[in-house]
Ligand binder design. Structure first.
Ligand code: PEP
Ligand code: MN
Length: 337
C-alpha cells in the first residue's frame, strides 16, 4: 500500500505517520518527489484504518500495491533509481553504460589487453568471469581466485570498474574490491545467495533466469532489496523459448515493461541472448532504441581461441565499430555516456 502525501505535508507530519505505522508493526519506504512524497507500506495492512489516514489534510490518496514486489515497484518509488558504482560511474536514467570484456578471465595478457581496448572504445565497465557456471563439468570452470586477482590488475591498469559473477556465498569476502557483483541467470532464484548480497551495499547486476517471468525476476530483486541493498541493476540476457536458431530469445519487450513496473535500471546482454557474434550489433542497437540503460557485451582479443563463449564474442575491432554507432544512437535518445 502507498500513501501519497501532498505539498502540505511537513517533515513532522511524515515522521508522525511513519512512527504510527511502525507501532502497528509495519515497515515504510519513503520516496520524496518534487511535489509529492510517497510513503510505501510493507507488511500486513489488513488492520489499517484507511479512512482515518485519508482524513489527514496532508494525505492526497491511499492506494493498494497489489504486486508482490514492493521495494522494486515503481508505485513505491516513481523516480528512476540511479545506482552509483564509483565516483565516475552511475547506472540509471539519462546515462548509458557499456560493460564489456571476455566471458572468462584467461590470462593476465588477455584481460589487460581487452580491458585497454574496450576502454579506448568507450566502455564504462570491464566484465570477466572468474567463477564460471558451465553446463558441462568438463568445460573450463574459470580461474577462480586467480581470475579475481587478474581482474583487479586490469582495473588498476585501466581504471575501469569491474563486474564479475558470484556463484557461492562463501566467496563473498573475496569480492571486496569488485565494483559490481553479478548474479548469473542460473542463480537468479538462488535465494540464499540473494539474501547474502542483500546484506552488502555493492551494486548487484541481477541477470534474468533462463526461464523466468518478469514478476519472478522482480521478486528476486525484491529479495536483495528486502535485505537492505537497493542497488540492483537488472540485466535481460534472453530467455529459453522453442526457438533454436539463437542460443536464447532476447525479450526486448522486457525493457519497456520493466520501465513501467520498476524504478530499477535495465541493461541488455545481446551476447548471451543470441550466442552469435554477428547478431550482437543489431540487437545492441535495438536495446538503445527500446530505452535500455546500458549493454553488457562479450569481447575477446581472439574469439576463435576463447575458452568460453567465443562464438558470441566480438573482437576489439568489431566492438569499436559498434561503439561508434552506439554513441550516435545514445546521443539521439538524449542520453550520455
Ligand atoms: C555471464 O555473463 O558470464 C553468464 C554466464 O551469463 P548468464 O548468467 O546470463 O548465462
Ligand atoms: Mn559468457
Amino acid at each position: 500500500m502507498i500513501i501519497i502525501l501532498n505539498e502540505k505535508a511537513t517533515k513532522d507530519d511524515v515522521q508522525g505517520l511513519v512512527s504510527d505505522l511502525m507501532k502497528q508493526g509495519l515497515k515504510t519506504n519513503i520516496s520524496e518527489g518534487s511535489h509529492t512524497t510517497i510513503v510505501g507500506i510493507i507488511g500486513d495492512v489488513t488492520a489499517l484504518d484507511i479512512d482515518n489516514i485519508k482524513g489527514s489534510d496532508f494525505v492526497e490518496d491511499v492506494k493498494r500495491v497489489t504486486e508482490p514486489y514492493k521495494k522494486a515497484n515503481r508505485k513505491m518509488h516513481p523516480a528512476d533509481s540511479m545506482i552509483k558504482v564509483t565516483d565516475d560511474v552511475t547506472v540509471g536514467e539519462g546515462i548509458f553504460n557499456v560493460i564489456a570484456g571476455p566471458c572468462s578471465v584467461e590470462t593476465e595478457e588477455q584481460i589487460i589487453e581487452v580491458a585497454e581496448d574496450v576502454k579506448k572504445s568507450g566502455a564504462t565497465m570491464l566484465r570477466g568471469g572468474a567463477f564460471k557456471p558451465r553446463t558441462s563439468p568438463y568445460s573450463f570452470q574459470g580461474l577462480a581466485g586467480e581470475g579475481l586477482k587478474l581482474l583487479l590488475e586490469a582495473k588498476k591498469a585501466t581504471g575501469l570498474p569491474i563486474v564479475t559473477e558470484l556463484m557461492n556465498l562463501e566467496h563473498l569476502d573475496m569480492f571486496a574490491d569488485v565494483d559490481v557483483i553479478q548474479i548469473g541467470a542460473r542463480n537468479m532464484q538462488n535465494f540464499d545467495l540473494l539474501k547474502e548480497v542483500g546484506k552488502c551495499k555493492k551494486p548487484i547486476l541481477l541477470k534474468r533466469g533462463l526461464a523466468n517471468t518478469i514478476e519472478e525476476w522482480l521478486m528476486s530483486a525484491e529479495y536483495i532489496m528486502a535485505g537492505g541493498n537497493e542497488n540492483v541493476i537488472l540485466c535481460e540476457r534472453g530467455i529459453r523459448t522453442f526457438e533454436t536458431a539463437t542460443r536464447n530469445t532476447l525479450d526486448i519487450s522486457a525493457v519497456p515493461m520493466l520501465k513501467k513496473l520498476t524504478h530499477l535500471p535495465v541493461i541488455i546482454d545481446p551476447s548471451h541472448a543470441t550466442g552469435l557474434s554477428w547478431m550482437v550489433a543489431p540487437l545492441a542497437k535495438t536495446a538503445v532504441a527500446a530505452g535500455a540503460d546500458g549493454l553488457m557485451i562479450e569481447v575477446h582479443n581472439n574469439p576463435a581461441k576463447a575458452l568460453c563463449d567465443g562464438a558470441q564474442s566480438l573482437n576489439p575491432v568489431q566492438f569499436d565499430e559498434l561503439m561508434q554507432d552506439i554513441k550516435r544512437r545514445v546521443a539521439f535518445e538524449g542520453k550520455r555516456f
